[in-house]
Write a protein that binds this ligand. Structure first.
Ligand code: ASP
Length: 334
C-alpha cells in the first residue's frame, strides 16, 4: 500500500468509527450517504464504467483507455460517449441520428463532474458532439443549460464545426416513416436508444454523461430527459450516479436519475434504486405497458444496478478489466 492510500484508509477508518459511534447515539452528523461510501470502502485503483445499451461496450472501452492511465472520470465519460456520437451506424446518438418529424436532427446532452458541476445542451443542431458542447457550457459559462440556436452559436464561437448531421440512411427512414405515420410522433418501446454513462476513476471520483438524438420523429422542438440534469443523468460524488433511457417524458416526470441517486443515498443498493424508479413510473404513467424506460446506476463502491419496464434493455459494464454486455432485468414478464 502506498503512502497516499495508507493515509486515506486511516482517515476512512476513523471516519467510519465516528459514523458508527454517532449512529449508536442516534446521531448522524455527516449524512447517511457517507455510511455506505465510507463504511463500504471507496473504490480506489479500480476504474468502473457503466453505460446504456449494447453499443456502450465500445464507449466503455474508450473511457477505460483514459481511466487505466490514471485519467479522470470526467474526461473518460466525455471520450466514451463521443464514440456512439461519431458512429455513422448509430441512428439514435449524435451524427447519423434519426431526425425529428420535420427532418431536422436535433441533439440533447448533459454532463456532470465530481464536484457537482453540470453542463447541458438541448435542441442543438449541426454539431456532432453535443457532449463536448455541454462540457464547454459547464466549464466556460456561468450557466448550466443552453438550447437551440443559442447553443449552436456558443458551440461555433468555441471552435466546434458546423455539419450536416442527416445521413442518407436517416433521411430514407424519415421519408418511409412519413408515408405511414401521418406526421404523428411515435411513442413505443423501440424507437430510441440514448447513451448514458457513469464512471469511477482510480481516485474514486464519479462523473456522468448522457447524449442522444432523442425520440425518432419527435415534434420539432421536443426535448427529452437526456439533457435534463436529474432526469436523464445524475451523479453525486458522495453517493453514485444514474442514467436513464427510453421515453423521456416518463423519466422527466419522476426526475428519474435523481430519484435513483437519492434512493442510494438513503441506503438502497443500485439495483433496488433502479427497480424503485421503474415502479414509480408504473404508478404514475398510465400507458406504462406500451413504453420502455431503463435505468442504470453505480454507487461509490462500484456496485451496479439496472432495471427496465419491458424486456430488451441491455447495458455494458466494465470493471476489473472486463468489459461485458448484460441483459437488464425488467418488470413486465409476460
Ligand atoms: N430518453 C431519450 C429521449 O426521450 C430517448 C432514448 O433513450 O432513447 O429523448
Amino acid at each position: 500500500m502506498n503512502r497516499r492510500k495508507f493515509v486515506l484508509n486511516t482517515f476512512l477508518t476513523s471516519i467510519g468509527g465516528l459514523v458508527g459511534i454517532n449512529y449508536l447515539k442516534g446521531n448522524n452528523p455527516i449524512g447517511e450517504h457517507l455510511k455506505s461510501s465510507v463504511n463500504g470502502g471507496i473504490m480506489l485503483d479500480n476504474p468502473t464504467i457503466i453505460s446504456t445499451w449494447k453499443f456502450g461496450i465500445e464507449a466503455n472501452a474508450a473511457a477505460y483507455e483514459i481511466l487505466s492511465k490514471g485519467g479522470n472520470a470526467l474526461d473518460a465519460v466525455e471520450a466514451g460517449v463521443r464514440v456512439p456520437e461519431a458512429d455513422l451506424n448509430n441512428t439514435s446518438v449524435g451524427r447519423a441520428g434519426y431526425p425529428d418529424r420535420d427532418g431536422k436532427v436535433t441533439l440533447d446532452a448533459c454532463i456532470m463532474d465530481k464536484d457537482g458541476n453540470a453542463g447541458s445542451v438541448a435542441f442543438i443542431q449541426h454539431i456532432a458532439h453535443p457532449i463536448s458542447v455541454a462540457r464547454a457550457v459547464m466549464e466556460k459559462t456561468p450557466h448550466v443549460m443552453l438550447v437551440g440556436d443559442g447553443a449552436l452559436q456558443f458551440a461555433l464561437e468555441n471552435g466546434f464545426k458546423k455539419e450536416e448531421l442527416l445521413t442518407d440512411n436517416a433521411k430514407k427512414a424519415w421519408e418511409e416513416w412519413k408515408k405511414k405515420n401521418n406526421y404523428t410522433p411515435p411513442v413505443g418501446p423501440n424507437n430510441h436508444d440514448t447513451i448514458g454513462m457513469l464512471a469511477i476513476d482510480k481516485a474514486g471520483n464519479i462523473s456522468g454523461a448522457c447524449t442522444t438524438s432523442g425520440l425518432a420523429f419527435k415534434m420539432h422542438g421536443r426535448v427529452g430527459d437526456s439533457p435534463i440534469i436529474g432526469a436523464g443523468m445524475y451523479a453525486d460524488n458522495n453517493v453514485g450516479g444514474a442514467a436513464a433511457t427510453g421515453l423521456g417524458e416518463a423519466v422527466i416526470k419522476i426526475a428519474g436519475s435523481f430519484l435513483v441517486v437519492e434512493a442510494m443515498r438513503n441506503g438502497k443498493t443500485p439495483q433496488e434504486a433502479c427497480e424503485m424508479a421503474v415502479h414509480r413510473i408504473i404508478e404514475k404513467q398510465k400507458n406504462y405497458k406500451d413504453i420502455q424506460v431503463g435505468f442504470i446506476a453505480i454507487n461509490k463502491n462500484g456496485e451496479r444496478g439496472a432495471y427496465s419496464l419491458v424486456k430488451g434493455f441491455q447495458y455494458a459494464f466494465h470493471q476489473k478489466g472486463e468489459n461485458k454486455v448484460y441483459d437488464s432485468d425488467y418488470h413486465l414478464k409476460e
